[in-house]
Design a protein around this ligand. Sequence first.
Ligand SMILES: [Zn+2]
Length: 425
Amino acid sequence: MTTVIKNGYLFVGGQIMQADLLVKDGLIAAIGTSLTGDSVINAEDKLVSPGLVDVHVHYRDPGQTEKENVQTGSLAAAHGGFTTVCAMPNVVPVPNTPELMTKMVRNNDQNGLVHILQYGPITIDEDTDEIPDYAQLKKAGCVALSNDGKGVQNARTMYLAMQKAQENNLIIAEHAQDDALFNHGVINEGQKAKKLHLAPITELAETTQIARDLLLAQKTGVHYHVCHVSTATSVELIRIAKSRGINVTCEVAPHHLLLEEENITGDDAKFKMNPPLRTKRDQAALIAGLLDGTIDMIATDHAPHTAADKQGGFAKAAFGIVGSETVFSELYTKFVKTGIFTLSQLLTWLTIAPAESFGLKKAGKIAIGQPADIVIFNLGKKITINTADFKSKGRNTPVKGDTVYGQTVLTMVDGKVVFQIEENK
Ligand SMILES: [Zn+2]
């Protein structure tokens, strides 16, 4: 069985070129002109990209499947053009034993529409300093380690975790947060916090822990990955660390690129996430950090919640917004169409960069012999972001109602179509 994707604009080897792409037995078999196959997908005037890669999603499965599960989360990913995602381990129970990890991996494989790789925890759970058996977790299929949602508070625990991770060749992906400095804040420390009379989050809660961890990473040699960097100082610290040869990578979340605290229109939890929306200066530093290579990739931090969990404004609502289904069209519209990023840069940060950083050899590129993980975007199609169209159970997003370009037409995983837009949509 062969399928040919005809006449699209392919993103191959960092370039965009017009060509056909032949899929055979789930793999990319040929790239060229006038290719033929048993079935044909017409991609004329469309962008044919490697399936996007997201190293930061929350699927709440098991434990909080009223918020999301592996089926809905992965269908949302496919709807957004993602074909490989890495799921955070802050589920119930935390997969901190080989048995639980095996169960997670099996659920991801059996019920996921895209490739779902599973993080294991840095510590047994977020409130202990006990380190699980990383070798066993890795054997059971764990892709990397993270306590995302919480920072590792104890420096010695982090030091030991990094040593063990390094021995096992596992990445430590840190949600950098010092809880004492965080001090139960709900919004960035600044004018908005004052105006809305809300508990502030100092940027020091993030930056001091990054500084600490960079020194620990330097000593241990571990691959230290910083989740969702959100401040100018974080970018500067990572820039210095990279220049000194420290093995560090980092991601930025789309909302921190798209929005800053002045965009918060009121006490509305659609703007509540952790880390919070920072200042215009921070936003500019994140954009500059991507452009100069300090920031390696974009990752969504897709964090679905029920409508009830997002009630009560900043003071009461849960942290987190959904991102999988809007990231490409939002960033394409706000950054590529305006000339701030090139299309190749944006695609690189969403495909090959995360795949290479995380050692995901089968993801993130169109090349002969690679799995046929492909997304086709219609860049000319103007759409309005309507949360009723979401496949995720989570509907909370500050970009609702935005008019954007770049509709996902079709997503293919291992040569099989897992998402396709309905006609006339
Ligand atoms: Zn986080």
